[in-house]
Design a protein. Structure first.
Length: 364
């Protein structure tokens, strides 16, 4: 019997409830564990709990499990910046057949120096790498990789723009989704009342996700007489600040914080639209999940949002708050909706297709 191929996935965290974690969970849950031995290394551990993985997939001890205080945290951070190889050797054995950097990280962690298959998986556009020192630092890791995976057209183009010499290595693999599972979970009983004219934001509540801008939109809508309800499904560092603002704006009866939800779909299906004012995304999985439940989105022009909107058929790309307000009103008041062609479009984003392409990547 042939020995198993050993695969190591690196990522910043596997315990924060983000999109990359969910995608990785889905991938490893659909690989043959008789054929592959799979280890996952997260650099930092948080308290949201790990994404589900099959028995036999090993989640390695993280580099940092908690905050040890400002002084120790600063030392650990600098070790990653100035001695990345030392940190790597401390955390993992150098005996894998395939290493997959599952997201762009800074501080980074280097690939093995051995001649093995190395794959760099890029979930977001990297235009901000135009900063010279950062561009040069990551050029080495892209150069070391045998393959680079881009999850959208925009991600692929951002890599080519900065590293044109890497164009031949790039494979585009869209994130895959189990639409039957999403539909089944959306039918579960809710423990929260969802009001009729409701919109939502799903994901971490933080500045880079534009969570503060989303709240400002609700405030403006109410000032204009549109008494919509807003549901934040997620948690994050900005949550307490926004709760205070909700009280200051007298919106306590209209803005609801549901926290991180393992099953957000039972709430999502009852929304008029999904709203995201994010500053940076890869291929926003929550938009795909919303579309599968026939819920359109309003989004800033980030990552694969334009690709998913299909020229406004399935969602609206906005460039300022005034436009966002207009599009939200259009969806809530039903002057516009999600195009019926969405079902056909989503076939390109099926889980089966992603797994098929990923397995081919491993074996090529």
């Amino acid at each position: 019997m042939a020995s198993k191929k050993k695969i190591l996935f690196f990522l910043w965290s596997f315990s924060l409830g983000g999109g990359a974690e969910k995608i990785l969970s889905t991938i490893v849950s659909n690989l043959d564990l008789e054929k592959y031995q799979i280890d996952i290394l997260e650099m930092e551990h948080f308290d949201k709990g790990y994404e589900a993985v099959p028995e036999g997939v090993h989640i390695l001890k993280p580099y940092k499990k908690k905050s040890y205080g400002r002084f120790i945290d600063a030392i650990l951070w600098r070790l990653r910046i100035y001695f990345p190889t030392l940190v790597r050797n401390w955390l993992v054995k150098d005996d894998y057949d395939i290493e997959i950097m599952f997201e762009v990280m800074y501080p980074d962690i280097p690939f093995s120096k051995r001649n093995i298959k190395k794959i760099y998986w890029v979930h977001g556009s990297i235009e901000d790498f135009s900063n010279t020192w950062r561009r040069d630092r990551f050029r080495k890791y892209f150069s070391d990789a045998i393959k680079i995976v881009a999850i959208s057209n925009k991600t692929e183009q951002s890599i080519v723009d900065l590293y044109p010499e890497q164009k031949g290595k790039i494979s585009r693999i869209y994130n895959g989704y189990d639409f039957d599972d999403i539909l089944n979970k959306s039918r579960e009983k809710m423990d929260v009342n969802i009001y009729e004219n409701s919109i939502c934001s799903i994901g971490r509540i933080e500045l880079k996700k534009g969570s503060d801008r989303t709240l400002a939109l609700i405030k403006t809508l109410h000032e204009k007489g549109y008494k919509y309800h807003m549901y934040y499904i997620g948690s994050g560092e900005l949550e307490e600040t926004l709760k205070l603002r909700v009280e200051q704006y007298n919106l306590s009866g209209y803005v609801h914080f549901l926290g991180y939800q393992v099953n957000p779909y039972k709430y999502l299906k009852n929304m008029k639209c999904l709203v995201s004012m994010s500053k940076q995304e890869g291929f926003p999985g929550v938009y795909v999940e919303a579309l599968s439940l026939n819920v359109p989105f309003v989004s800033t022009d980030v990552g694969g949002a334009e690709e998913l909107s299909q020229n406004g058929k399935f969602g609206k790309i906005i460039y300022d708050d005034e436009q966002a307000i207009k599009e939200i009103i259009g969806y809530v008041e039903k002057t516009q909706g999600c195009d019926e062609e969405v079902t056909e479009f989503l076939k390109e984003l099926s889980l089966e297709k992603q797994i098929q392409e990923f397995k081919k990547l491993l074996e090529d």
